[in-house]
Design a protein around this ligand. Structure first.
Ligand code: SF4
Length: 380
C-alpha cells in the first residue's frame, strides 16, 4: 500500500489503487466499478481540462480500457436511495414518527453525529449510502441475473471522498456475506491509475455505462452538490404525496452555495420545512437548533464538505478556489438538465429491480438489503 503523507503530518491518505490492479489481474474475479456523481465534473481537471468539463463518456471509456468486467454509475444507487428515502420521509410524516429526517449519504457527518449528537440518532434516515446500496445490489440481484458467485465479485467504488473508504469498512456493512463494497479509490487515485495505464484520457471516445443497472436520472446526478439529495427526494415525494405530475423539477430555494440554508416547499398545500448544511460547523449549528427544539424541520440534508461532494477530499485539489467548485456545481446542474428522465421513481431499471427482486419500496426485503443503523460512539 502506498501512503501519501499530509504536509503537516496530521493525516495520512491511504492509496488503494494497488488493490484494484490486483483484483483486475485475478482471472477468478469479476470486478465491477461504480463512479460517484461528482467524479464526472472534476476528473477532467487532472488531464488539463477546464473545471466543470463533463467527461462522463470518457470516464466510462477509460474504465473499460482498464479491464473492469462491468462499469456502472453510483447514480443508479442514488435513484434507489431516493426510492427508499422518499418513502421513509412520507412514512414518518403520515405516521407522526420522528422528524426531521436527515439524509444519510455522507459518511463523515454520520460519524460526526454518532460522536457528537448521539441523542439525535433517531433522526437520520436508515438508508445505506448510494454506493453501498449499489454494492449490495451488485452482489445479490446482479450476481443472480448473471449467474456469478457473489464471492467472486469485487466491487470498486470511485469516490470524491476519503471518508467513503472508512464507511465501506464499517462492521455493520461488512458483517454478512455481502461485504457491500470491497475497495474505494478517490478521483485523484483513479486519475493516477489512468495515467499509469498509459490511457490518453483526452482523446477517448465517449462510451455508455453497462446495463442492467446502467439507467440513471437527473435526480441522481444532483447528489453531487449541496442540496441535491433533498431536491431529488422532494421531486419524488411531491408526486407520491399529491398524485400530481411535477412540471418544474428545479427547486431554486434548495440550491445555492451558502453553508447553511433554510427553505420550504409546498407539497399539496402542506409546507415542508427543509434545512441544508454543508461544512461541519454549519451542521453543528443546525443540529443544535434541532436538539434545542428551536426549529421544526421535516427534512435536513447535511454534507461534511463545504459545497458537497463536488468539493470532496478525494477530488482534484481546488486549493480554496471556490470558482472551481462553482463550475463543478454548474456542470452538475447541466448534467441534470441533459437527462430525459429527471425523477428517480421514473427510472425503468429501478422499477424493474423492485418488481423482480426487492418487492415494495421501504418493504421487508428492501429493509433487509438497503437499510442500516447507527450507534453512539465515544466522544473524542
Ligand atoms: Fe464525502 Fe465530503 Fe461528499 Fe461527505 S460531502 S460524502 S465527506 S465528499
Amino acid at each position: 500500500q502506498c501512503v501519501a503523507v499530509c504536509p503537516t503530518a496530521a493525516l495520512t491518505e491511504v492509496n488503494h489503487s494497488d488493490k484494484v490492479w490486483e483484483a483486475l489481474n485475478d482471472p477468478n474475479k469479476h470486478v465491477v466499478v461504480q463512479t460517484a456523481p461528482a467524479i464526472r465534473v472534476a476528473i477532467g481537471e487532472l488531464f488539463g481540462m477546464e473545471p466543470g468539463t463533463i467527461v462522463t463518456g470518457k470516464l466510462v471509456s477509460a474504465l473499460k480500457r482498464m479491464g473492469f468486467n462491468g462499469v456502472f454509475d453510483t447514480n443508479f444507487g442514488a435513484d434507489l436511495t431516493i426510492m427508499e428515502e422518499a418513502s421513509e420521509l412520507i412514512y414518518r410524516i403520515e405516521n407522526n414518527k420522528t422528524l426531521p429526517i436527515l439524509t444519510s449519504c455522507c459518511p463523515a457527518w454520520v460519524k460526526y453525529i454518532e460522536h457528537q449528537f448521539p441523542e439525535l440518532l433517531e433522526i437520520p434516515s436508515t438508508c445505506k449510502s448510494p454506493h453501498i446500496m449499489f454494492g449490495t445490489i451488485a452482489k445479490t440481484y446482479y450476481a443472480r441475473k448473471n449467474n456469478i458467485d457473489p464471492d467472486n465479485i469485487v466491487v470498486v467504488s470511485i469516490m470524491p471522498c476519503i471518508a467513503k473508504k472508512a464507511e465501506a469498512k464499517r462492521p455493520e456493512l461488512t458483517k454478512d456475506v455481502l461485504n457491500n463494497v470491497d475497495i474505494v479509490v478517490t478521483t485523484r487515485e483513479l486519475g493516477a491509475m489512468i495515467k499509469e495505464a498509459g490511457i490518453e484520457f483526452n482523446t477517448l471516445a465517449d462510451e455508455e455505462y453497462d446495463k442492467p443497472l446502467g439507467e440513471t436520472t437527473g435526480a441522481s446526478v444532483i447528489f453531487g452538490t449541496t442540496g441535491g439529495v433533498i431536491e431529488a427526494a422532494v421531486r419524488t415525494a411531491y408526486e407520491w404525496m399529491t398524485g400530481e405530475t411535477l412540471e418544474n423539477v428545479e427547486f431554486d430555494q434548495l440550491r445555492g452555495s451558502d453553508g447553511l440554508r433554510k427553505a420550504s416547499v409546498n407539497i399539496g398545500g402542506k409546507e415542508i420545512k427543509i434545512g441544508i448544511a454543508s461544512g461541519l460547523g454549519n451542521a453543528r449549528e443546525l443540529l443544535q437548533e434541532i436538539r434545542d427544539g428551536k426549529n421544526e424541520y421535516h427534512a435536513i440534508e447535511i454534507m461534511a464538505c463545504p459545497g458537497g461532494c463536488i468539493a470532496g477530499g478525494g477530488q482534484p485539489y481546488h486549493h480554496g478556489n471556490y470558482e472551481i467548485v462553482k463550475k463543478r456545481q454548474q456542470a452538475i446542474y447541466q448534467e441534470d438538465r441533459n437527462k430525459k428522465v429527471r425523477k428517480s421513481h421514473e427510472n425503468k431499471e429501478i422499477l424493474e429491480l423492485y418488481e423482480q427482486y426487492l418487492g415494495k419500496p421501504f418493504g421487508k426485503r428492501a429493509h433487509e438489503l438497503l437499510h442500516t443503523h447507527f450507534e453512539e460512539r465515544e466522544r473524542i
